[in-house]
Design a protein around this ligand. Sequence first.
Ligand code: AHR
Length: 665
Amino acid sequence: MKHGSLFIFSLLTVLQLNLFAQHPTAITVQVDKPISEIQPTMWGIFFEDINFGADGGLYAEMVKNRSFEFSAPLMGWKEEKSDKFSLNKESGYALILNQGGEESGKGSNSRFARITTTAEKGYGLTNEGFRGMGIKKDMQYNFSIRASQSEGSNLKIRVELVDEKGNVLGETLLTPSGKEWKKYTASIKSTQTESKGMLHVWFDGKGSMDVDMISLFPSDTWKQRPEGLRTDLIQLLADLKPGFLRFPGGCIVEGRDLATRYQWKKTIGEVDNREMIINRWNTEFAHRPAPDYFQSFGLGFFEYFQLSEDLGAEPLPIVSCGMACQFNTAEVVPMNQLDPYIQDALDLIEFANGSVDTPWGKIRSDMGHKEPFNLKYIGVGNEQWGRQYIERYKVFAKAIKAKYPKIILVSGPGPFPDGELFEYGFKELKELNAEILDEHYYKNPDWFFQNARRYDSYDRKGPKIFAGEYAAQSVAIASPDNKNNWQCALSEAAFMTGLERNAEVVHLASYAPLLAHAEGWQWTPDLIWFDNLQAYGTANYYVQKMYSTNKGTHVLPMLSNKTPLTGQNKLYATAALDKISNEVFLKLVNGSDQPQSSEITLTGIGKLSSKGKLIVLTGDSPEAVNSFERPKQIAPVEKEIAVKGKKVSLTLPPSSFSVVKIKIN
Ligand code: AHR
């Protein structure tokens, strides 16, 4: 651009901005002309066991490697003894025995520790937890252990909760008896709060004892379910009022190789018998190694279904389609050996929905849920691409539809939102009349602003869309320097106006990933960050929440100059009617760094309440973030606004996301 034209351009921009300051943008919302329905599933949750999302996160177990099944059997444990390197002076030792096989009666959890003590006191095991244990003052902690005394032994088990320096915060004593494996339990109350607590398990007396499944849970688990989930994290999820819960991922469905794919049948039944495996995120990023990341499956498929029910969310399980992660080994099952994978999918539907007279329905019932879980959706594969996927999807679709015609299938056009792989997958799946396509976008904030119109041109008669994984990346995809900053959150809010406006096509959407442990993460950004004591929602979390808790049932036309606001003067907007609560929800994003005024007229409506609610989310700067120290630095602020007849006048703050709620009388 030449200097002269640059000057004229700048002048025009300034004039334009001034014009906006003086003349509000006139917007109309046609309340009597709903465009389409908004599905109850519209805004949901994507859960994956990444970033210590399950073990060390949602699953409230505080002991890491409780059954000695990690590759290094004593990882997470430290032997406490008087002299480690002297056979004569040491106070005791632990041997890891691997009985293996079913005959042991220990199922796939075949290892245990044989403790031998040579002094009356001074031998024990310390567990470090998941980067420490979060222990709260006055909270009861439920300890349990499986133990079997050796012939003639009478060891006692002294259990201590300790702080980082080893000061005792609470203790208890157990006196196991007999050779039979039995579960012993005790409860300990802590006198202090400690973020880096540990668990000491001392073996007092001389003798020998076998131990396994050494476990510690807080008593305040979600719905007080014993050995359950972490309440504060689930509460953050419940506050989103999610329409669906997708589980268990993500790449974890596929596994780095087929051996480490997610096999739901191994995650149900007695917790002791759920086979522990390495978490694929253990080794994924060389710059974020997590050698202590395994999957105990204490949070397994039964618990996912139960959680969906608790949250009022449709369960949306994704199953392996016989293809391991194509970014890793890209192993595939030969087509003539696909049957067990298909059977797993069919059995899963029976597990969720079958009557108690069916084999899998009975297992569900025996686990405590006689009624079906009413599964409606199932996803075939995660981020698969290419001919191999289409080939396999066809076989899955045929088998599932033959037995369960009402189950809605989710398939995917690959990991990217455009390009050759995407085009190919989309075209093929559309030709197969695929019902819902799972699209993923991890892009920079500009992409999100620019793609508010992405779905305007989608074929209304084609497959419906599940925006299954998205998050603005402040630096680059999966960069460890990505931040959950305000600029990213705002760009997602702008993009989501396009999702809502196109609810005729977009039936489900979820931010990803969901959870990250502050010391155990592999991938950033994430919706919710936590440590062992606290958790906070990011700016992105509040964007999601403002959408999902102000969802509505129908999309309304919201026009300025007869066109939807999709970035003109950096304004983005969408409107919804809630036919159940009789409310209109307006969502407006001001992506510019200037305030913008608007005058909104609601047409085709009788009387409106004279007062509405305005909820505004904004950050001090594009780089602003929430943190443990300032968890609500960016959080919605609510106030009342006047509705004059059918008009609302608003000044949208610079870089802000606003929701207006107006009751129809
Ligand atoms: O959300 C993190 C990962 O990103 C998911 O596991 C995968 O599906 C995507 O590539």
